[in-house]
Design a protein around this ligand. Structure first.
Ligand SMILES: C[S@@+](CC[C@H](N)C(=O)[O-])C[C@H]1O[C@@H](n2cnc3c(N)ncnc32)[C@H](O)[C@@H]1O
Length: 162
């Protein structure tokens, strides 16, 4: 099921995830791609480009093609709105590789207020599983830190065919 954040809540998305917060993350991707690719990469295909927050920085360096499953995410942000967010990550089944993130959003549209709950199932596979699967289909895999926010770091898998 598609999370509300990438559907009905798209008009508020830019308030939750502002472009300016993506400089460090986009720079990490760019540096990883530039170190990995010879000759110097000129084009970039982003799957799941969302609101284009990383792409805002990528397009200074690459000729970009952006795609997303959600048509709404590729539109322009709406203005005159406000949002607050409570995020709660928890693990309903410690025996699998997934976890749940629940969001409570009070949303303001002009003078109208409403509250919305959204649930995301995240995690999918462990880092070890990703590395194994990518190596099994012939990639040389290098793992780099992905700056995420002040508290968290994600993972970038840089995959090369020898
Ligand atoms: C966290 S947002 C993306 C953020 C984006 N990289 C940016 O820089 O703003 C995740 C996006 O992935 C998209 N998405 C999720 N599953 C997808 C799939 N299977 N194919 C393409 N896009 C997908 C969602 O619609 C959403 O826009």
């Amino acid at each position: 099921m598609q999370p509300l954040l990438y559907g009905d809540l798209v008009p508020w998305y830019h308030l939750l995830d502002p472009v300016a917060d993506h400089l460090e993350e986009a720079t990490a991707y760019q540096e990883a791609l530039e170190r990995a690719a010879t000759p110097r990469p000129e084009t970039l295909l982003e799957l799941g480009a969302g609101a284009g927050n990383n792409a805002f920085f990528f397009k200074r360096r690459f000729c970009c093609t952006l795609t997303d499953l959600s048509e709404a995410m590729l539109g322009s942000p709406a203005r005159g709105r406000g949002l607050r967010c409570l995020e709660w990550a928890w693990d309903p089944d410690p025996g699998d590789d997934r976890y749940t993130v629940d969001y409570a959003f009070p949303l303001r549209d002009g003078v109208e207020m409403k509250a919305v709950h959204d649930q995301h199932v995240e995690g999918l596979f462990t880092r070890c599983t990703w590395e194994g699967v990518l190596a099994a289909v012939g990639y040389q895999v290098e793992v780099k830190p992905r700056p995420f926010d002040d508290e968290q770091t994600g993972t970038i898998f840089v995959c090369r065919r020898p």
